[in-house]
Structure formats: C-alpha cells, structure tokens
Write a protein that binds this ligand. Structure first.
Ligand code: ZN
Length: 228
C-alpha cells in the first residue's frame, strides 16, 4: 500500500507502529508499506514487550542508490516496502532474530532475516516469498540455517490442549507480580510489575526460567503468576 507521509504520517498501521516510522529517510512524501511486514513487526513487538525501532523501512530508488548513505542493492526489498532494518533497546540481535523467526512462521511467510554485525548491530527482516537467512560480519554475507533451531525442544501449547502439570494455558487471564524477560530462558530482565493483568499468548518448555508469554508484556516465570 502506498501512502503520503504528509497526509498519513500519524496513521496507526497497527497497535504500535505509525506510518511515519516506515518513511524513506530522504524525506520523500511517498511511502510504500507492505501490510505483511507490519503484521510481522507487530507480532515481534507483542512478544518482546519493548519498542522496536525501524532504522530504515521504505526507501525511494534514489535514496537506496545513494552511495554515501545506503548503498542498497538495486533489487532491495526496501524499495517495495517489504523490508525493515530494526533494533530494540535491551534486546540482543539473537533475540530479535528468534522473535523474527517465530513471527514469520506464525504468519506463514518464508521471508528473509539477516543479522548485521558491522559498524552497527541490527537485523534486516523482509517478507519475501523465498526463505533466506544470512549473517553479515562487515566484509560479506554468509548463509546460515536460521534461528528457529535455537528454540528446539520448545513445545508450543495449542490453545485448547493444556501441557501436563502446567496450571496455565493460552488464553488464561492472569495477574503478574514479578519481572518480565525478553526470552523464555529468562534473558534480558525487564521491568518488574505489580498486579499487572494480562492474557497468556504462549506456553513453552516449563523447565525454562520464564516459560509463559503474556500479550504486550513479555516472558514471565510461573511462580510470579496467579489466575485473574
Ligand atoms: Zn535492510
């Protein structure tokens, strides 16, 4: 979909993303954004529970080709509004890639995830129809298997099928008294909540430190939850 930055800049494309965040950094008024990209980024935002910053979304051909600025590929997915270069404060690029894997899988999109460890550390994600996974270390790209394999052993709980021995299920309303984390292993400890109400969106391997995900907040430990 193509928008006008001036007219639609403040338009909310999803719960946490406005049109202006996707605009070409050259200031062009035309902004093209693919709704699949917005859906994937919003899923990641929901899971991580922290703001995602888009360093580069849509690019006009002139901006993309700019030798001093972007030096993008002439076939870059940024040109069609299908790509975003992202960071999130307090979230490692590994965790961003893992969240991107889950979001693409949930949307049924093969997509491309490329992790950049260059002068800046960031993650490129796009919603192309062929699966691509790469790392860029500053001197070139290397194909990699992806990041979903690092979640091996996770048993995602279906909405209607409780895991044996787990008191909580997807869809349960709960009250949190404790800290949220950026992943189910208890990484990236975040804000501590008191009596925060939420709804469970995922339940994974309960041997992990924070195996329950609450919508819009993050991953939490079982001991910090009561039904609400
Ligand atoms: Zn990119």
């Amino acid at each position: 979909m193509t928008y006008s930055l001036q007219r639609d800049g403040n338009k909310q494309l999803s719960l946490n993303f406005r049109l202006r965040e996707f605009a070409s950094r050259c200031g062009a008024d035309t902004v093209t954004v693919d709704s699949d990209l917005v859906d994937v980024l919003q899923r990641m935002r929901d899971e991580l529970g922290v703001p995602i910053t888009i360093n580069s979304g849509f690019r006009t051909p002139a901006h993309n080709a700019s030798p001093r600025r972007v030096q993008g590929s002439p076939t870059s997915q940024h040109l069609t509004g299908k790509a975003a270069d992202i960071v999130a404060a307090g979230v490692s690029t590994t965790d961003l890639c893992r969240a991107a894997e889950r979001a693409l899988a949930a949307q049924g999109i093969p997509g491309n995830i490329t992790r950049y460890h260059t002068r800046q550390n960031f993650v490129h994600i796009d919603v192309r129809a062929t699966r691509t996974r790469r790392e860029h270390n500053g001197s070139g790209f290397t194909s990699v298997a992806g990041w979903a394999n690092q979640e091996a052993g996770v048993r995602d709980q279906g909405a209607a099928k409780p895991l044996a021995g787990v008191a909580f299920a997807v869809g349960d309303n709960v009250i949190l008294n404790g800290r949220v984390h950026s992943d189910s292993f208890g990484g990236g400890p975040g804000r501590k909540f008191e009596n925060r109400r939420g709804t469970i969106t995922r339940v994974v391997d309960t041997s992990r430190a924070a195996p329950i995900h609450i919508d819009h907040i993050g991953w939490v430990g079982i001991a910090d939850l009561t039904k609400g």
